[in-house]
Design a protein around this ligand. Structure first.
Ligand code: SF4
Ligand code: SF4
Ligand code: SF4
Ligand code: FES
Length: 352
């Protein structure tokens, strides 16, 4: 890779061979708006929001999918660019039902933000009624294609990021739509409900079902945490209002998950509020259980371990560590079994 320069809004700017105009501009601190661009994945050039002017080019070009060349002269803020960008946003707003007031995405919608940034004051074109019914049958995701702008980010997320290959573009022309195999609802398709498509949808076409009416983005606090489910340690944002989690999203650009989550990490947080959740240790007595303190429960377990070791030796005890534990806890568990109990009878449930 070699570093060369091009002219960005009149300023000599360095770029790395192979970089797209968008990436080189972002690296130089110039923000070109995007809708369909999904960082790290193959650029599709679907939305045209990132159009820029390149000297000598017949038409405007998509910054996300046009490689920079040495000496190229790029304008991101010319009158032609700004006028075209505004027109594209106006057309997208008319492509479906964009009644922000009742949309779950209000306040966190890239189309809404761009309409505001472009100074759009009124609907220039008559909105199309796509006539798609809202798909609400599954427990996790609401699909409302009357709000879909066909940016294709969900398709890329499903096919390239999580590689589940459950959705793609279907039909043609004005009937184009994002479909599963056979255009079936999600719960009857190959979808595994990882929710990655929801994570990347820039508008209100795909939203988290459980998050509805749990708080607007400006009412919620984002708290960073580590997923409690397995040893991978995915980084999450908890969207919290009044001490209650409304939804969980992935932390972008953070290791180890780089903006991804699985179905458990993204949607499996209800147990926190379950009435059936065990909150104190229980000791079996007769036919039932009685509540006990941690000290009492741990003393009892330790006494039983000692009793078994004395009678039958340490190999009479075996341990299975839980896949929901942290790596560090699983490490300690095996250390405890080998070094303290004195047996190699230690396993981990993920292995089975
Ligand atoms: S998707 Fe965005 S622009 Fe459309 S209604 Fe919802 S908030 Fe408004
Ligand atoms: S939830 Fe996951 S598997 Fe299902 S369509 Fe979305 S990205 Fe694909
Ligand atoms: S559902 Fe969302 S991410 Fe998928 S194409 Fe439509 S607007 Fe884009
Ligand atoms: S962001 Fe470049 S075409 Fe959509």
């Amino acid at each position: 890779m070699s570093s060369q320069t091009f002219l960005l809004d009149g300023k000599e700017t360095a770029f790395v061979t192979g970089q797209m105009i968008l990436e080189a501009a972002r690296a130089a601190g110039t923000l070109i708006p995007t809708l369909c661009y999904l960082k790290g994945e193959t650029p599709t050039g679907a939305c045209r929001v990132c159009l820029v002017e390149v000297a000598g080019a017949r038409s405007l070009v998509a910054a996300c999918s046009t490689p920079v060349t040495a000496g190229m002269e790029v304008r991101t803020d010319s009158e032609r660019v700004l006028k075209t960008r505004k027109l594209i946003i106006e057309l997208l707003l008319a492509s479906g039902t964009h009644d922000c007031l009742v949309c779950e995405k209000n306040g966190d919608c890239r189309l809404q933000d761009l309409a505001y940034a472009c100074g759009i004051q009124t609907m220039k074109f008559t909105p199309r009624n796509a006539g798609y019914p809202v798909e609400n049958e599954n427990p996790f995701i609401v699909r409302d294609f009357s709000r879909c702008i066909l940016c294709g980010r969900c398709v890329q997320a499903c096919n390239e990021v999580v590689v589940n290959r459950a959705i793609s573009f279907g039909y043609r022309g004005s009937a184009s739509k994002i479909v599963t195999g056979g255009d079936r609802p999600y719960h009857e398709s190959e979808c595994v409900f990882c929710g990655q498509c929801v994570e990347v949808c820039p508008v209100g076409a795909l939203t988290e079902k459980k998050a509805r009416w749990t708080g607007r983005p400006w009412e919620t606090e984002k708290i960073r945490t580590t997923c409690p489910y397995c040893g991978v340690g995915c980084q999450q944002w908890l969207h919290v209002k009044d001490g209650r989690i409304g939804k969980v999203t992935a932390v972008e650009d953070a290791e180890p998950n780089q903006g991804r989550l699985c179905v458990k990490g993204r949607f499996g947080y209800d147990f926190i509020y379950s009435e059936e959740r065990l909150k104190t240790p229980l000791i079996r007595e007769g036919e039932g259980f009685r509540e006990a303190s941690w000290d009492e429960a741990l003393d009892l377990v330790a006494a039983k371990f000692k009793e078994i070791i004395q009678k039958d030796g340490p190999d009479a005890i075996a341990g299975v560590s839980c896949a929901r534990s942290l790596n560090e806890d699983s490490y300690q568990m095996q250390k405890f079994f080998r070094a303290v109990i004195g047996t190699n009878n230690i396993d981990h449930c993920a292995r089975t």
